[in-house]
Design a protein around this ligand. Structure first.
Ligand code: FAD
Length: 130
């Protein structure tokens, strides 16, 4: 059996891996990069931003705890860059793309949003079809 999975987030990766376990020939098309919201846009970078917010907030109560010092200046560009760095770190640490490929799934990343041309044909940016 041949299967095409659209989207390499947790749902798509799970579907692709389970299909491989059932010996299907699987192609996983990911618009951007494997990992989905969980790794690339969601928890990892957002929690890093939240940590920065908590640190900035806590600086407002230093004096209550007998601590002295100027409140930190918030460099938003640096805060955002750090959130991206953490997301990248999480991505690299998990070796998701390598792992998926090692199971025999054909993973194709960075293809833009795939769309159906008809009931049996999927196309990605650049015109390639399956
Ligand atoms: C701030 C934040 C914090 C979160 N915290 C948690 C948490 O603590 N615990 C938890 O369990 N969940 C958490 N979540 C939710 C979790 O991230 C999602 O439930 C999970 O990512 C959903 O997985 P998914 O595979 O369905 O979708 P997604 O992760 O969104 O993956 C979809 C993938 O499909 C790709 N795609 C979309 N359309 C196409 C197309 N047409 N063609 C090709 N590719 C396409 C996208 O690029 C994306 O990579 C959080 C979410 C956010 C935003």
């Amino acid at each position: 059996m041949k299967l095409i999975v659209l989207g390499g987030g947790p749902a798509g990766m799970t579907a692709a891996l389970q299909a491989r376990e059932l010996h299907a020939e699987v192609t996983l098309l990911e618009s951007k990069r494997a990992g989905g919201t969980s790794v690339n846009d969601g928890p990892a970078p957002v929690r890093t931003l939240a940590r920065a917010a908590r640190l900035a907030r806590d600086a407002g109560s230093w004096e209550t705890f007998g601590l002295q010092g100027a409140r930190p200046h918030i460099d938003l560009a640096a805060v955002l860059a750090n959130a991206r760095r953490v997301a990248q770190y999480a991505h690299e640490k998990k070796h998701m793309a390598e792992y998926i490929r090692s199971t025999g799934v054909e993973l194709i990343e960075g293809v833009g949003p795939a769309h159906f041309l008809d009931q049996h044909t999927v196309q990605v940016a650049g015109g390639r079809t399956w």
